[in-house]
Design a protein around this ligand. Sequence first.
Ligand code: SIN
Length: 291
Amino acid sequence: MSQYRFIDVQPIAGALGAEISGVDLSQPVPDETFAEIRSALHNHQVIFFRDQQLTPDQHKAFSARFGDLLEVPFVRALEGHAEILPVMKGKAEQTKRNFGGAWHTDMSYAEIPPLGSALYARVIPPYGGDTMWASMYHAYDALSDGLKLVLDKLRAVHSPVRSYGARGAVVNNGDPAHKMDVRTDDRANSEVLHPVVRVHPATGRKALYVNSTYTMRFEGMTEEESAPLLQYLYAHAARPEFTCRFRWTRGALAVWDNRCTQHLAMNDYDGFDRELHRTTIAGDRPVGVAA
Ligand code: SIN
């Protein structure tokens, strides 16, 4: 018998991801229904709702059920909605590096990275522009006991510099050729330390917590010394069997748990517009295995 009474939950892949139906997110969601949605998020790490009709205020109201909403640095927010980050690429943009186009965990460069995000599809290309997620629980679980023992004790340095530094991969300083306005500032050179393996505060499961976009090096080591093991972990984390891939449709909403997943936005729709709105939900300080 299903563990859900108020929603229907259909997994879309073996590792993570499930579509939820039977709920209209434009209306206040009753507490019992929301408890099941949160539990589905914990069980599946990323959840999807199709055919929702949400204004920016309704999008924010539903997202805020998971926690306080954050304002994201470096990227210009939606006019009149400081908590909404518009993820956009125009049909005339021939950019090699789209926003979110490399595997990452959102804002792992922050002292207290987000719990998760809620991404709502407004304009979707006729093909391409899918998003992929990877389960960092599965990535951790599949490592050898020996490597787990090593990683459990390590911390790593994270920084926004490669994306948002003066020569950052997605910085365009308001160039009108780009729909998004992404600017560097002093915060781009900041560094924080996080455990390489974090324990999820709700599920107690261990998740690999390094990503190729924001992780710089292991604590106490140089970038050169860290690179071989980090490169191995990045490739391992993106193994196809740890992933799911979502084909967007207009009005779909994805909510992901940023504490145990990475994601990547495909950049395979040149000549078409794509626009999604993201809210970002405040999280907790990552806790390692030894804590
Ligand atoms: C993001 O990384 O927040 C954006 C993902 C996407 O555009 O699919």
